[in-house]
Design a protein around this ligand. Structure first.
Ligand SMILES: Nc1ncnc2c1ncn2[C@@H]1O[C@H](COP(=O)(O)OP(=O)(O)O)[C@@H](O)[C@H]1O
Ligand SMILES: [Mg+2]
Length: 226
């Protein structure tokens, strides 16, 4: 098991969105999370990416722990250990969240340079390799605003891959794409999974989910008796 989340609970004020839900992702799995709007899919993804804190439960990826169930609820590890966990998970946002004022190459270099994961030369070589794999080798110097939706999505994926995540999460990756671009993103996700990365995809696109998912999970399981 790669990612393991046990007995998660998350409430906003008096609304319990996730109640005693356990979940895992294995290496090379493409887990597709489906369910009605407002049922907590984005919340689960944000918990796994430490963008939101769980009230209760345990979350880990391999030997890196994010939080552990304690007597009074989820206890989060200190900053240094949290960094170890966060380096194992990446997220591609629905609106891509590219830096509009940076070139494609600089979008990819920003986080690994800030984290001192290598020299600019080493990281630029890695970025060029990833962009070539994604058919974007002629876009290194392009600004995000000049790219199509499918190309922006690919840049966002390459940017996440720069940090070598063991788990990669996608929130509605095809919502802004036509069928052809969706298929090429689906195939790219399959290639990433074949390399051993575990994938979590939230989608309303059932055709996409059935074609590319290896397991479907419904957000109706987040709360018992919903
Ligand atoms: N930051 C927040 N503050 C208060 N309520 C929130 C917050 N984020 C989400 N919610 C509520 O939690 C529920 C689940 O939201 P969300 O995870 O976005 O669902 P989904 O992604 O399945 O559409 C909704 O009722 C939403 O209004
Ligand atoms: Mg959502």
């Amino acid at each position: 098991m790669l990612l393991n989340a046990m007995n998660l609970k998350k409430s906003y004020h008096d609304i319990t969105v996730i109640d005693d839900f356990s979940f895992h992702i294995d290496s090379s799995e493409i887990v597709v999370l489906v369910g009605r709007s407002g049922t907590g899919k984005t919340t689960l993804m944000r918990l796994l990416n430490n963008l939101e804190k769980a009230d209760q439960g345990t979350i880990s990826i391999e030997d890196a722990v994010l939080c552990k169930q304690g007597l009074k609820g989820a206890e989060y590890v200190d900053r240094k250990k949290r960094r170890l966990y966060q380096n194992k998970i990446g997220m591609v946002f629905q609106d891509y969240a590219l830096f509009p004022n940076l070139s494609v190459l600089d979008n990819l270099l920003e986080a690994p340079l800030a984290q001192k994961l290598g020299s600019r030369e080493e990281l630029a070589a890695k970025a060029a390799g990833l962009l070539e794999q994604m058919g974007l080798d002629d876009k290194l110097e392009a600004m995000p605003s000049t790219l199509s939706g499918g190309q922006k999505q690919r840049v966002a994926i390459a940017r996440a891959m720069m940090l070598n995540p063991r788990v990669l999460c996608f929130d509605e990756p095809t919502s802004a794409l036509d069928r052809e671009s969706s298929d090429s993103i689906g195939k790219l996700i399959q290639e990433i999974a074949a390399g051993g990365t575990g994938i979590l995809i939230v989608t309303h696109d059932t055709e996409f989910g059935q074609q590319y998912g290896t397991r479907i999970v419904s957000s109706s399981e987040f709360v018992k008796n919903r």
